[in-house]
Write a protein that binds this ligand. Structure first.
Ligand code: HEM
Length: 407
């Protein structure tokens, strides 16, 4: 596949803002997506471990983690759409070819995802009070985790197939016989997949530190439960962190030849340093982890480490496609559209901040209150502002659409 052929697959209309905007947003949203995926998988695994345990602490944790995992699935899906939009804008020749080559799996992805989510709800439906009654129907939760992992595996494969234009013809027409079925996934790299999935353990450990800190602030903290949670969070971070680093090293050691330069590049050591700093943070904080916001800081620092991992992953893709295949994502033709760029950032920065600010404050304050929670008048005003902004956004969206259509 020559550079000219790759460039010919680009959208001739160009893109509505500078490519760097899409690359940066792609990295940031991928990190958020991965954080949600990690919490979803880690909390799901803790649910399975705890629901059938005789220990009341494990069962209590399982009940909390089931709710967490359920919500994290929806957050992972919503935050998966964002990097999907950005990757298909700047890397459209690669992303769409990879998708078409495995079209059956791209559609199957949605069905499998729905199946995985329903299976989790089946488990939830069978277990209204895990803390009291213990778990039932664990097979549903096992099926859910397996299907969700399969979804991740499909995305992993699609995102890697795009890096091998030199293979596309052989995949499309093996032995020179065209196979248009799209039924095969053609490329995967298990150490890479294992690295991204195993990060679930340290990320969930960091999440447990935040959960523990949140419970400490509640009206009647259960000291025994909190003391039990700390070593569990610690073990998940340390053992999970070591496993992730080992899988990361295996990924680097088995990189295809054209990417081998990456294994010893400073980028990899930067990512490694960030991951190790996150894992070491609870130890460095010592008893301070129970003060102020420090208990939450571990997850915050972990999120920054994920952004760095996402950025380093992007360096691998950008440099491979430019250096080996002559495709420069930064020279995409720009057809500047200030309206859509402005709309995007104001939706994100204003509507997103107000709505999320309201929802998170309500959730936070409700969890820290004993008895019935009543939001303050100022918070109610923020809620009304969020609804007003949503209405305004919807009106503006359709008004511009009709204006363009009528012209
Ligand atoms: C719910 C189960 C899911 C899991 C376990 C999962 C896991 C992952 C993993 C491990 C990666 C990194 C793959 C790699 O670099 O090798 C990834 C990337 C990605 N995921 Fe997900 N994912 C899930 C759902 C979704 C959904 C529902 C969407 C979209 C709606 C999505 C969109 C993406 C995109 C677009 C990327 C790659 C972005 C890029 O290459 O820049 N994922 N996901």
């Amino acid at each position: 596949m020559t550079p000219d052929m790759l460039y010919a697959l680009r959208d001739p209309a160009g893109i509505p803002s500078h490519p760097i905007v899409f690359l940066v947003l792609g990295v940031l949203t991928l990190a958020l997506h991965l954080a949600a995926v990690h919490v979803m998988l880690g909390a799901g695994a803790l649910t399975l471990r705890g629901a059938f345990s005789a220990s009341p602490h494990w069962r209590r944790l399982a009940a909390a983690m089931l709710s967490t995992s359920k919500i994290a699935v929806s957050v992972a899906i919503v935050l998966g759409v964002a990097p999907l939009l950005f990757v298909q804008v700047v890397y459209d020749p690669f992303w769409y070819t990879s998708n078409v080559l495995s079209a059956w799996w791209v559609i199957g992805f949605i069905v499998i995802l729905i199946g995985g989510y329903i299976a989790m709800y089946m488990f939830y439906w069978k277990n209204h009070d895990i803390e009291q009654d213990g778990g039932r129907g664990g097979i549903w939760m096992v099926a859910s985790l397996a299907l969700l992992l399969l979804v991740g595996f499909i995305v992993h494969s699609l995102t890697n197939q795009m890096l091998f234009p030199e293979q596309w013809m052989a995949w499309y027409a093996p032995n020179e016989v065209v196979d248009p079925s799209g039924r095969s996934l053609h490329y995967w790299h298990l150490p890479r997949f294992g690295f991204f999935i195993s990060l679930s353990a340290p990320v969930t450990g960091a999440w447990l530190y935040a959960y523990r800190r949140y419970l400490q602030g509640s009206a009647n903290p259960d000291a025994a439960y909190l003391a039990w949670l700390q070593p569990l969070a610690h073990r998940l971070m340390v053992i999970g962190g070591v496993v992730s680093v080992l899988l990361g090293a295996l990924w680097m050691a088995t990189l295809p030849d054209k990417m081998a330069w990456f294994a010893t590049s400073p980028w990899v050591f930067l990512a490694l340093a960030c991951l190790l700093a996150t894992v070491a943070l609870p130890r460095l904080l010592g008893k301070r982890i129970d003060d102020g916001l420090w208990g939450y800081a571990v997850f915050g620092v972990g999120a920054v480490a994920l952004i760095v991992v996402g950025a380093v992953r992007e360096v691998l893709r950008f440099v491979t496609l430019r250096g080996v295949h002559g495709y420069d994502a930064l020279d995409y033709r720009i057809n500047m559209d200030w309206y859509s760029t402005g709309l995007f950032f104001s939706t994100f920065g204003v509507l997103g901040a107000v709505t999320m600010g309201y929802l998170l404050t309500v959730a936070w304050q409700a969890g820290q209150t004993q008895g019935t929670y009543t939001p303050s008048p100022a918070l109610n005003r923020l809620g009304n502002a969020a609804i007003g902004l949503l209405v305004l956004w919807t009106v503006a969206y359709f008004a511009v659409g009709f204006f363009v259509w009528a012209r």
